[in-house]
Design a protein around this ligand. Structure first.
Ligand code: SF4
Ligand code: SF4
Length: 588
């Protein structure tokens, strides 16, 4: 197989286009049957052996349903699994290793979930397009590797898998009742009570599942996953909605409770993976079209290769530019005009009280806000947005604010195109395409139903809705949740460009330190006791804010000499001790 043709059946509407692709294909016009109508489904089918990859059908399809790609030349091997004709195809598998944490990095839609379904025996791999392939064939492909033994166990149905799903916000759709009821069902190892206290979820055990926050749901879901007795634990994006403290606590618990088991973790927070994983597999390819799993790397080389965008063993460049870190990558555009000034704000909500010290936001500035969950960041954002009143203190500045809430959610019953059209008259203009549609990679989502979008897709749409408003200040609450690393970078670039072009400002609440270090001019740290009391210090440089925050967390970061990315030091390592002694918790 050298060429892959994929038709997205959610987008394909043959009745509306009258099979335009079939009519325009030059191979069809010369008498061959390159694209035909499937008699059973009525969707078109492309024969990849006849197709010459001219791309005419791709450009002519009015619903952008077709993707045609050439595979890397070196890739001569059989696929592991294909979901059917002109559907997603996966090459190779990650290697779970008992006693090791294996990190999976790469964009969404490259087959991480499919790989796990195969490793857990839920999907029988078909090695291409044949049905009912025997697992022995797959085992022979991996003879002599760690995977051989593992797959033999899968064949004998001896592998037990515990899975933490990606969209924790969907948990209430599956389970009802109290948190304690859900957790008790999973308690098979006698470690549940330990997990509950370490994750700080004792106080929500009597709450109904649909009444707990995203961060709480995430910790409940991770505790439920680890409490099960399994050979392999798969955690799909365990860091979304968790603050840095919680990310560290979860990392430590995984290390401790899965010492002799296999763990696979797919996540986009490179700092957490760096801290937690023993090895890395990179997933690359074209999302929803094909995915290739790299050989296992050491953590540092794997993350650096991913950021560099070059997979040496396959001689493949996975993106045109390397991702590098540091102030020179995204230039600051901060101006000198004060847009908003806030001074000694006090707010009490139930038993929680918030105090915000004096601070200001400049024009064209990106102000990062960081700190543990439940310290009042969202409350502060809502006061700035005018959704909540202050008890005392002043917010000065007559500015309009557009607010993207923490959890992307919508009841909109229509397509992405219809939603965006309903919020801005600019939709369809060249300016809107270059400012919003292209940077957020929304072209292929426009005809999709909003209710059917994945977490990352919905997040991009929610950001688009927010920045479609013409305002002075954009407040984005956890915009990186569910976004992959590349998308976080595109977002950082987009925010910078908008700040300069529209002469507006951004306030960004986020827990991904790498993302914040890329995007922010200055930072505000929220300190205090979660759920009880929160207070801020004056906005400072990003470096000072990170240093202040990390000193409270007790974690040090150094700078990777090759990529400039901040890397978490292992607890108690020489560097960790040295940096703590000199008070340099964050080396930028
Ligand atoms: Fe029409 Fe595109 Fe579907 Fe072909 S793939 S039938 S051009 S919608
Ligand atoms: Fe036909 Fe060209 Fe489309 Fe291939 S890429 S199916 S040859 S139109």
């Amino acid at each position: 197989m050298t060429r892959i043709a994929v038709i997205n059946q959610e987008l394909c509407k043959p009745k509306k286009c009258n099979y335009l692709c079939i009519n325009v294909c030059p191979k069809n016009r010369s008498g061959e049957e390159c694209i035909i109508q499937d008699k059973e489904t009525n969707f078109p089918i492309i024969d990849e052996n006849i197709c010459i990859g001219c791309g005419i059908c791709v450009h002519k399809c009015p619903f952008k349903a077709i993707t045609i790609v050439n595979l890397p030349e070196k890739l001569k091997e059989k696929p592991i699994h294909r979901f059917g004709k002109n559907k997603f195809v996966l090459f190779r598998l990650p290697h779970p290793i008992p006693g090791e944490v294996v990190g999976l990095v790469g964009s969404n839609g490259l087959g991480k979930t499919t790989a796990l379904a195969i490793l857990s025996g839920k999907i029988k791999p078909n090695l291409g397009e044949r049905k009912h392939a025997d697992l022995s064939e797959l085992i022979s492909l991996y003879r002599g590797t760690e995977l051989q033994n593992y797959l033999e166990k899968v064949k004998k149905k001896e592998v037990k898998v515990s899975y933490k799903l990606q969209r924790v916000d969907k948990v209430p759709d599956k389970y009802t009742g109290k948190v304690s009821r859900l957790l008790k069902r999973t308690d098979k190892r006698g470690i549940l009570s330990d997990l509950i206290s370490r994750f700080g979820i004792e106080d929500i055990l009597d709450n109904d599942i649909d009444k707990v926050s995203g961060g709480e749901l995430q910790r409940v879901a991770i505790a439920a996953c680890l409490a099960k007795d399994a050979d392999i634990y798969y955690l799909d994006e365990p860091t979304s909605f968790l603050d840095v403290f919680q990310r560290l606590e979860v990392s430590k618990a995984i290390r401790e409770f899965c010492k002799d088991r296999s763990v696979l973790i797919a996540d986009h927070d490179l700092a957490t993976l760096d801290f937690l994983a023993d090895r890395i597999h990179i997933f690359y390819g074209v999302p929803s079209v094909y995915g290739i799993v790299s050989s296992p790397y050491s953590v540092r080389s794997g993350i650096n290769a991913f950021l560099d965008g070059y997979i040496k063993e396959d001689n493949v460049r996975i993106r045109s530019k390397s991702i590098t870190f540091g102030s020179s990558y995204i230039q600051s555009t901060r101006g000198s005009k004060i847009m908003i000034e806030f001074n000694d704000i006090q707010k009490k909500l139930g038993n929680f009280s918030l105090t915000v010290k004096k601070g200001e936001l400049y024009d064209r500035e990106v102000l990062g806000m960081l700190g543990a969950n439940a310290l009042g960041k969202t409350t502060f954002a809502e006061m700035l947005a005018g959704k909540l009143k202050t008890d005392s203190g002043k917010i000065k500045g007559k500015v309009k604010i557009s607010y993207k809430s923490q959890y992307p959610h919508t009841d909109f019953d229509g397509t992405v195109r219809e939603l965006l059209k309903s919020v801005t008259k600019e939709f369809g203009t060249e300016n809107y395409k270059s400012e919003v549609i292209r940077p957020l990679r929304l072209d292929k989502l426009l005809e999709r139903k909003v209710k059917k979008l994945s977490g990352g897709e919905l997040q991009r749409v929610a950001i688009a809705v927010s920045i479609s408003q013409e305002t002075d200040v954009y407040l984005l609450d956890e915009p990186s949740a569910f976004l992959d690393v590349e998308m976080r970078l595109y977002l950082a670039n987009m925010v910078r460009r908008l700040a300069e072009k529209r002469e507006c400002s951004f306030m960004i609440i986020d827990h991904d330190l790498l993302f914040l270090s890329q995007i922010a001019d200055r930072g505000v740290v929220f300190l205090g006791k979660s759920g009880v009391e929160g207070f801020t210090e004056k906005p400072t440089t990003v470096e000072k804010a990170f240093n202040n925050f990390l000193s409270k967390v007790g974690v040090t970061f150094r700078k990777d000499p090759q990529t400039g990315r901040p890397r978490a030091n292992k607890f108690g390592s020489k560097l960790d001790r040295e940096q703590k002694e000199t008070g340099k918790y964050f080396m930028s």
